[in-house]
Design a protein around this ligand. Structure first.
Ligand SMILES: [Zn+2]
Ligand SMILES: [Zn+2]
Length: 425
């Protein structure tokens, strides 16, 4: 195994940075002497029947207060919702359908029972993205569950207020520096979303004691809608999402982005086009021609056994990449194919015939086992432990973890028990 200069004992920090680092952002505070504030937005042309739109964001009033949130469309009230807001960050938002039609103005009114000033974060109005039709069997009421909105609308929530003030309606209002807000990246949708360190689980992430920030890697909406949604009948899509979390965490562990960058810098060409040319622009398995855009870069030695992508990769069509998946070359190719693959890739027949986990990477995992157990989704830990013990029966990562730190071990086990599907990856 060629050693990369970029590797160090601190590699785990790239994923720690992604999923568990808390960023603090400044927000804007609005003072509204009349206990109310009105914002304007517009809806674009809607051609195909009604479409689902939503308003939502995070609000920190200067004192506890009730909030009445109203949306008017073309001077008609669409919906009003009431919220009890604490003197801290609160989540508000709801979605509704707007029928087909031309460009129209939307008025969003916030009426506070007591407060005359509040800080805002990520206050937005937009079309719900992705469209509800993607959640087969679901409807507006599901998206509007108060413990899921506004994250369920998949807005960016990346500025303080992403709406216009209506100057006519906001006499005496003015903007100031608001309360700071803490944000953490979701490992699934990659949005930075709010949390409260002093009250884990209060905002966009569920609490998770074993994680560095005290919060889960993925946001509530992704956890509910993309990962372990119980009422979404599209189980196959769901399972894809499930294993994509594991795949992503494996790739981060193996530093694939850095490897790809290093190859491009060293050779002046992307790995994918190099492999495509090397395999004469055809699938190694069926020899059918493939396009650069849609062929699959197969790891040759499986990612699941901690082999990162490198210059020994194989060019496969989607169908054969799908068939090969986590299989070792020797379990997928004939003897003749192995010889040919060895000639093309430069990997020896011996290397292509071995069924083993990548020793260098296994050492890293073992060295930093407690760190990874806290950093990864429990499903990733489980998936890697299962592959390791399959080819190295003497190495049980679960047993090893429990011997080193039983608290972390129990957290992983608990997280797995919350996810009955976790063991089917
Ligand atoms: Zn998310
Ligand atoms: Zn093929």
């Amino acid at each position: 195994m060629r050693r990369l200069a970029v590797q160090s004992r601190n590699d785990g920090y790239s994923s720690r940075r992604d999923y568990q680092t808390i960023t603090t952002k400044h927000t804007q505070k609005v003072t509204f002497p009349n206990n109310s504030i009105a914002f304007i937005s517009t809806v674009g042309e809607r051609e195909n029947g009604s479409e689902t739109f939503a308003v939502g964001g995070f609000i920190f009033p200067s004192i506890p207060t009730n909030l009445e949130l109203t949306v008017n469309f073309a001077n008609r009230r669409i919906e009003t919702r009431n919220y009890r807001l604490t003197n801290n960050w609160n989540r508000v938002g709801f979605c509704f359908d707007i029928e087909a039609g031309g460009i129209s103005e939307i008025n969003i009114e916030l009426n506070f029972s007591d407060a005359t000033e509040a800080s805002f974060w990520g206050l937005e109005f937009d079309k719900v993205s992705p469209p509800i039709s993607e959640f087969e069997g679901s409807h507006i009421d599901c998206l509007n569950q108060t413990h899921l909105s506004p994250e369920t609308y998949y807005f960016a929530h990346d500025t303080s207020i992403n709406l216009d003030f209506s100057e006519d309606d906001n006499d005496g209002c003015h903007l100031d520096k608001g309360e700071d807000i803490e944000l953490k990246k979701c490992s699934f949708c990659a949005r930075l979303l709010p949390l409260r360190s002093d009250q884990p689980g209060a905002l966009s992430f569920h609490k998770h004691n074993a994680k560095i920030s005290g919060h889960q890697n993925e946001c509530r909406a992704c956890k509910k809608w993309r990962i372990n949604d119980t009422f979404n009948p599209l189980r196959t899509t769901d399972q894809l999402h499930e294993s994509s979390v594991i795949t992503r965490e494996r790739k981060i562990l193996l530093q694939e982005p850095e490897i790809l960058q290093e190859i491009k810098k060293r050779t002046g060409e992307g790995l994918k086009s190099q492999i495509w040319e090397k395999f004469e622009r055809s699938c190694f398995y069926c020899k059918e021609p493939v396009e650069l855009d849609d062929f699959q870069l197969d790891h040759t030695r499986p990612l699941a056994y901690l082999w990162p992508i490198d210059e020994f990769a194989t060019c496969l069509c989607a169908e054969h990449n799908n068939q090969k998946k986590d299989k070792f070359p020797i379990d997928f190719y004939s003897e003749d194919q192995l010889k040919e693959l060895s000639t093309i890739t430069g990997l020896s027949i011996k290397d292509l015939s071995k069924k083993d986990v990548n020793e260098v990477q296994l050492d890293r995992v073992l060295t930093n086992l407690e760190h990874y157990a806290q950093e990864w989704d429990a499903r990733t830990f489980n998936a890697i432990a299962r592959k390791v013990i399959e080819v190295r029966p003497s190495i049980d990562l679960f047993q090893e973890l429990s011997a080193r730190n039983n608290g972390i071990y129990l957290e992983v086990i608990n997280e797995l028990q919350d996810r009955p599907d976790a063991v089917t990856d």
